[in-house]
Design a protein around this ligand. Structure first.
Ligand SMILES: Nc1ncnc2c1ncn2[C@@H]1O[C@H](COP(=O)(O)OP(=O)(O)OP(=O)(O)O)[C@@H](O)[C@H]1O
Ligand SMILES: [Mg+2]
Length: 248
């Protein structure tokens, strides 16, 4: 279980302070498929950077079971970072490496035995539906195929948590659907906890069980997708829903 406990993160600009996360708290259960939505600037990516231990909050902390993640140092911190899988909108693949090598990269970092690594990478290539593409380079792949490689790489070291920051917003609707179907299939097969950040309600509706709505650095709504979308309480949720329904 992940517990986000009173996390505050602010950024200092020249003469002002911007509070990107304002005392947010939530628990994420093992096996959850959680969507986090909110308009641009709501603090979604900032939250992902705290969850992935890329940044440190000013106040508050995040627990993984009984481990206070921000008390970890050195090797323990590195090991914990590797237990988290992250997928970004922009894929972040290594252009000079082929599909096999990109997926193998995190396993090489932990000096995995070559035979075990080969079978793990082959298993992942098949899981993400890229059979026959092991030798292809990123430049030879479509956006959807690149995102499949990025997902396989994020899953390589069997993370307990898969964080996805706008994983489909660079893709067309058909490819988006296929990537979302893939995430659902991965969730069903591995029961990995998935947190998906998006500004598209349709993405959350398609795949998530639970949703948190963010507005100006706060969690303004948290509940089951069905309940939150059937009876939205906060104005931001209502606004996002009305855009979705094309009412504005
Ligand atoms: N490194 C930084 N320095 C200064 N301000 C920052 C920094 N990172 C984020 N911010 C500010 O914090 C706020 C939240 O940004 P964040 O990227 O988390 O939003 P978001 O919800 O992910 O938006 P989007 O949907 O556009 O990706 C924004 O006002 C942003 O300008
Ligand atoms: Mg963002």
């Amino acid at each position: 279980m992940i517990t986000i406990e009173n996390v505050t993160k602010s950024f200092r600009n020249e003469n002002s302070r911007l509070v990107a996360l304002n005392d947010v708290s939530a628990t994420i259960n093992n096996g959850d498929f959680l969507g986090i939505i909110g308009s641009s600037g709501a603090g979604k990516s900032t939250l992902i950077r705290q969850l992935s231990l890329i940044e440190r909050p000013d106040k508050g902390t995040i627990w993984l079971d009984d481990v206070d993640l921000f008390k970890l140092k050195g090797r323990d911190l590195l090991r914990m970072r590797r237990q988290l899988g992250i997928v970004f909108q922009g894929y972040h693949l290594l252009e000079q490496k082929n599909v096999f090598e990109n997926i193998a990269f995190p396993l090489q970092l932990v000096n995995m035995d070559k035979t075990a690594m080969r079978s793990r990478v082959e298993e992942l290539i098949s899981l993400v539906g890229l059979n026959g593409k092991a030798q292809a380079y990123p430049v030879q792949l479509s956006g959807g195929q690149k995102q499949r490689v990025a997902i396989a790489r994020a899953l390589a070291s069997s993370p307990s948590l898969l964080l996805c920051d706008e994983p489909t917003s660079a893709l067309d609707v058909i490819t988006t659907k296929s990537i979302l179907d893939l995430l659902v299939e991965i969730h069903r097969k591995t029961n990995v906890t998935i947190v998906i950040i998006t500004h598209e309600l349709s993405v959350v509706k398609a795949v998530c069980k639970r949703v948190i709505v963010m507005n100006e650095g706060s969690f303004v709504e948290d509940g089951s997708v069905r309940e939150v979308f059937a009876s939205p309480k906060h104005d931001m949720t209502k606004l996002l829903l009305s855009y979705q329904e094309g009412l504005l």
